[in-house]
Design a protein around this ligand. Structure first.
Ligand code: ZN
Length: 346
């Protein structure tokens, strides 16, 4: 981040806010890319580069970083299914990370624990499971993941499961709605105090999940389909439905989900296009239903300037330049996510 691009006012606003990022794939980098999260890396994508590590997370000012235990579709295709073990290994990576840095990091499972960590000057790490295949069709497995600390689960990844459809239906997997068992999964997540995440799911599963859930539902890392027509993004009526359910939509920084000209543009995606999505989410879902879901270290391209976890003040500046009020920026940065966590997590 270039300091000259951010005003004192934007920096002060950012530093005073309780910043929550709903989605980050650092754990996958550690497990799959032999990426050392303990040392500083140059920002970027590729071997030896990254968006996140402990030095930059501490520097970032983020209060609560959700880390995904992402289970790639290939694990579900193995016989016997290897998805649950994979999710637990990913969760172990995060537990080990927190254990190595007790002065800087603290595992958290509730909003109150996030506030406690913040008061101690530590970054709270929260665990998410990305891909419902991780439960291998078993509520018992779901309860084990919750017991290991997971506090939201994305019902599908790009692959559907036997009980939930994915927007992309990778490899010919399910794209329809929830089955009866799928509704049981949602209700059990409600009972456990675990957020239901509808990023990645099909439109039918989206509707079924919102119908079945008695708690706010989140879309942890998705953008506005009206601005970028991509199956990972949400239609306006879906944005309104998340808001009506009391949930939040986490703004995703992946240039492919931001930029309608992605792949055809000569230069990088302008940061203004990311701010456009923030504007649209706030206009359609309402300012109380917008959050951050960067997807850092799970994405191959970011808008210009948004190079890593330390660059969030650039977004604050862009929003202030558009006339966002301080309180509204604070809601987007974390206030809204904290409200939902307060209500749903146990
Ligand atoms: Zn994802």
């Amino acid at each position: 981040m270039r300091a000259r691009d951010v005003s004192e006012r934007a920096l002060a606003l950012y530093r005073g806010a309780l910043v929550v990022d709903l989605h980050n794939d650092l754990a996958s980098r550690v497990l799959d890319d032999a990426y050392d999260p303990d040392v500083r890396h140059p920002p970027g994508v590729g071997a030896g580069l990254g968006h996140t590590d402990v030095p930059r997370l501490v520097e970032s000012g983020i209060a609560a970083q959700w880390l995904a235990a992402f289970v790639d579709a290939e694990y579900a295709a193995r016989v016997p299914d290897a998805s649950f073990t994979r999710a637990m290994r990913m969760i172990d990576v995060v537990h080990a990370l927190a254990a190595r840095h007790p002065d800087h990091l603290a595992l958290a499972t509730t909003a109150a624990e996030v506030r406690a960590a913040r008061a101690e000057g530590r970054v709270a790490l929260l665990l998410a499971v990305e891909g419902g295949h991780a439960i291998e069709g078993s509520l018992e497995r779901l309860r084990e993941l919750h017991a290991a600390g997971a506090r939201y689960m994305t019902l599908t990844w790009n692959n559907g499961t036997a009980w939930a459809g994915a927007a992309e239906g990778l490899g010919g997997t399910r794209r329809g709605g929830l089955t009866d068992f799928g509704r049981d999964v949602v209700r059990e997540m409600n009972r456990l105090g675990m957020l239901v995440d509808v990023s990645h799911v099909s439109e039918a599963t989206f509707r079924d999940a919102l119908d079945a859930s008695s708690a706010p539902v989140i879309a942890s890392h998705s953008n506005a389909r009206a601005l970028r027509d991509h199956p990972r993004n949400l239609h306006d009526e879906q944005l309104r439905a998340v808001a009506q359910a009391g949930g939040v939509v986490g703004l995703n920084f992946y240039a492919e989900f931001v930029d309608p000209s992605f792949g055809r543009r000569a230069g990088r995606t302008p940061l203004a296009l990311l701010a456009d999505h923030a504007d649209h989410l706030a206009a359609v879902a309402g300012i109380d239903h917008v959050a951050l879901g960067s997807d850092f270290d799970g994405i191959r391209a970011t808008p210009e300037g948004m190079e890593d976890v330390t660059c969030l003040p650039l977004l604050v500046q862009a929003l202030l330049d558009r006339g966002w009020r301080d309180g509204d920026v604070e809601q987007l940065l974390g206030g809204n996510a904290m409200r939902v966590m307060e209500r749903a997590l146990r």
